[in-house]
Design a protein around this ligand. Structure first.
Ligand SMILES: *Cc1c(COP(=O)(O)O)cnc(C)c1O
Length: 389
């Protein structure tokens, strides 16, 4: 048998620190490696496999579309793209959708929308600045790295895109100052900072941001690349915060495992893109959109109640458990501040057949939204044994 690890290390760019496991098969919240070892998955491919591996309904929806058209280009209309946009608008109250292929591309679209809005409003680039938050994560392109509020990402790849300033989380007065220091058009936030350590923004802080945006005629933009598509217990996290964003980006779990990103545009931005102003060759791909339509149909109130129920059980089980200092996040986006180093916890879990993630110095859990309770219980039992000092 070919040694996949050696092949990968020889021919694939070394941009990832991989764990020493080659996964070959998955079903729901379970996976197997090339040695036949069994794992319970609490990572969902980083919040992508909404209903786990090889979900039967999703495979059916995707393969049915695959038999008809795999791609057409955006020169023609296709059903899945139009129907998915309708679903997203109906269920969020936003007005129009631009499709891309990833979180970073969705955020690029959101940033372009805000910049064009400001240009049309003021007639020049005087109000091009976008305020984002310290510890945020918005992607790996040069512009989304600039938007990301972590100094570690602002090195070695310069020059970076100008026009971003970063406000410390929780300080509404400082945010106001930053919007006043230079011409500003928008505030871009994650409601739960994912890569930054699974930190949910306080509700009163988010309300203060929304009020500030209203007062100063700034766009309120929400990056729901990770929090979206049922992950936090509502279809989108903004729906729990009682705010009405002008633009929302999403990707990760949207299509359940196929690359798809979306920029959802509210009333003020709905006409911001005109033919030629933005585009994406693969964006709105019918196969990815068919997967997303299947996902959205299943993300009904009963399913979301199931997410909240699992989240409640999981949080109660881990809060105050030996070796756990804090449980953070929202819904099935769970952060654990642990006594042991997060990286060691991940490796020990891997050894014992449980897939978990890190986010900064935290352990992060993002299980499939429909993980059966017995599997979740078994995985958490192992996790607690690993976490205990
Ligand atoms: C993962 C992530 C991104 C980047 O998504 P890619 O698909 O990797 O480009 C952007 N924003 C947030 C909040 C994310 O979690």
């Amino acid at each position: 048998m070919e040694d996949i690890k050696t092949l990968d290390q020889t021919y694939v760019a070394h941009s990832y620190g991989r764990y020493p496991v080659t996964l070959v098969r998955g079903r729901g919240a379970e996976a197997w490696d090339d040695a036949g070892k069994h794992y319970i998955d609490l990572g969902s491919g980083i919040a992508v496999n909404t209903f786990g591996f090889a979900d039967a309904d999703w495979i059916q929806a995707v393969t049915a579309q695959l038999q008809e058209l795999q791609h057409t280009s955006n020169l023609y209309y296709t059903g899945p793209c139009a129907k998915l946009a309708r679903q997203l608008c109906k269920r969020t109250g936003l007005k129009r959708v631009f499709f891309g292929n990833s979180g970073a591309e969705a955020n690029e679209g959101l940033i372009k929308a805000a910049r064009r809005w400001a240009f049309l409003k003021y007639g020049d680039e005087s109000h091009s600045t976008i305020v984002t938050l310290v510890n945020s994560f918005h992607g790996r392109t040069i512009t989304t790295l600039s938007a990301t509020g972590q100094e570690a990402f602002h090195r070695e790849f310069g020059p970076f895109t100008p026009g971003f300033v970063h406000a410390p989380v929780g300080d509404a007065a400082r945010l106001r100052e930053l919007t006043e220091e230079r011409g500003c058009c928008a505030v871009l936030i994650e409601l739960v900072q994912g890569e930054g350590g699974v930190m949910a923004l306080p509700r009163d802080y988010v309300e203060a941001i929304a009020a500030l945006c209203k007062e100063k005629e700034l766009l309120l933009l929400v990056d729901e690349v990770q929090t979206g598509n049922g992950r936090t217990g509502s279809l989108y996290a903004f729906q729990q915060y009682g705010i009405s964003p002008d633009g929302v980006s999403t990707a990760k779990g949207l299509a359940g495992g196929l690359p798809l990103g979306a920029v959802m545009l509210g009333e003020r931005l709905q006409d911001i893109f005109v033919p030629g102003s933005h585009g994406s060759t693969f964006g709105g791909n019918p196969v990815a959109c068919a997967g997303a339509l299947c996902n959205l149909a299943r993300l009904d109130e009963a399913c979301l109640a199931g997410v909240r129920e699992r989240s409640g059980w999981l949080r109660a089980e881990l809060t105050g458990a030996p070796g756990v200092k804090a449980v953070t996040g929202l819904g099935l986006m769970v952060g654990l501040e642990t006594e042991k180093a997060a990286g060691d916890v991940v490796l020990a879990c891997l050894n014992r057949g449980v897939l978990v993630l890190t986010a900064h110095d935290r352990v992060r859990l993002l299980p499939p939204l429909n993980i059966p309770m017995p599997l979740l219980q078994e995985a958490v039992k192992i996790l607690k044994e690993v976490l205990a000092p």
